[in-house]
Design a protein around this ligand. Structure first.
Ligand code: F3S
Length: 389
């Protein structure tokens, strides 16, 4: 691999042991994927935050990596295993909380911003078109590749952290323009609801795996795009999509000769049935990916004047920035459930609290059974809120 003089100095240990080890990892990953060189990054988004997912082994790793290492680019964290403030209300144990706070402190000691959200692109970590970044949350990285035109591979937690420490990542995959072309055309004939975009993502991801879809027939806003991107990344491994005449790079690639798949009501119905296996649930959770300001406002508007009549728990998961910015709307949502920040229904130890749960997010409904032992119901926000009113 071709390294610049500055990169060679890091590898020679002239900028400290933490940076040397991080660059070693970045170079090793690059060699595996055939990268010829490294590329400077403007930001990183790190996964591997929840104690539930990284465990004690992950803590040992972070304690080791964080010794003498600092990030060189703005870096944000994915959701952790609990709301950093309201974890007792969630039912999280003291032991879990202590380990979770230690993990966040370790990231903080490296200079990482410690509010934890999977929508950093809505809360301060906003790349520009053409920026190279190292992001490690499957829905978020798909959003910045697709809706922003920034460039990132589907990084793992350790790789993204190493890239943040050295300010560079290996130049392969989606960092190269030739790998960002669509691989399949999707003709979508769906209604414009948020939930239909969630099911569309489910239907497409399960059909195309790690392909790059080029959509016709939709014009998603940020909220529709994020729930669709999350579903495609969970039901498949989609890291980028184009929408005709809508996303920044859609006009830069040809679709000539590509396979065309059609997704309409029948395919959405199949996707819905594949995700929803129970009727009654103990928990209803929204905000996968984290709710935007607009979503919190719209939910509050919808719930204004209504009354909760059931004891089914409701969680609204969002970023700390959104929760702090909208106290009036948050107060309305709190009459129906708990507005949680820094965490989500999948990465918190929900399996110790509930056996069945529901969401409008196809991504959540993919992971709740497999990662959280939940029996799941998948339905729209309005349909699920009718359960409790
Ligand atoms: Fe975000 Fe958790 Fe969903 S990290 S995308 S809310 S599974």
């Amino acid at each position: 691999m071709n390294l610049s003089a500055a990169e060679q100095r890091i590898l020679d240990g002239e900028e400290g042991e933490g940076a040397r080890k991080a660059l070693e990892l970045v170079v090793a990953l690059g060699k595996i994927y055939g990268a010829e060189d490294l590329v400077p990054i403007t930001s990183a988004h790190l996964s591997g935050v929840s104690y539930k997912t990284i465990g004690d082994g992950g803590i040992v790793y972070l304690e080791h990596v964080s010794q003498g290492a600092k990030v060189r680019v703005p870096s944000t964290l994915n959701p952790s295993g609990m709301d950093s403030v309201r974890w007792r209300e969630m039912g999280v144990s003291e032991e879990f909380a202590a380990k979770q706070l230690h993990i966040i402190d370790l990231y903080g000691s490296m200079g990482v911003e410690t509010s934890c959200s999977c929508t950093p692109y809505l809360a301060g970590n906003v790349p520009r078109k053409g920026d190279h970044v190292a992001w490690a949350e499957s829905s978020a990285l798909s959003m910045v590749n697709s809706m922003v035109g920034a460039r990132t591979n589907r990084e793992g937690g350790p790789g993204a952290l190493a890239a943040a420490i050295v300010g560079r990542t290996a130049n392969y995959g989606l960092h190269l323009k030739e790998n960002r072309s669509p691989t399949v055309v999707v003709e979508a004939d769906i209604d414009g609801s948020l939930f239909s975009h969630s099911l569309l993502g489910q239907a497409v991801g399960s059909r195309i795996g790690n392909g790059i879809p080029y959509f016709r027939g939709i014009r998603p806003d940020w909220e529709e795009a994020k729930i669709m991107a999350a579903a495609m990344a969970a039901s498949g491994a989609v890291a980028m999509f184009h929408v005709e005449d809508h996303t920044p790079e859609s006009s830069e690639h040809s679709t000539e000769g590509l396979e065309v798949i059609n997704i309409g009501d029948d395919e959405l119905k199949d996707a819905h049935e594949s995700l929803s296996v129970v009727e009654d649930v103990e928990l209803i959770a929204f905000g996968c990916p984290h709710l935007s300001m607009r979503e919190v406002r719209e939910m509050a508007y919808y719930l204004e004047g209504k009354v909760k009549k059931s004891d089914v728990k409701v969680w609204f998961c969002t970023s700390r920035q959104v929760r702090d910015a909208l106290p009036k709307e948050v107060a309305t949502l709190e009459r129906f459930g708990t507005v949680l920040a820094d965490t989500c229904m999948v990465v918190t130890p929900v399996e110790g609290l509930y056996e069945s749960s529901a969401s409008d997010s196809a991504k959540a409904c993919n992971y709740l059974p497999t990662l959280c032992s939940q029996k799941v119901r998948c339905d729209s926000f309005q349909t699920l809120m009718e359960v409790v009113m």
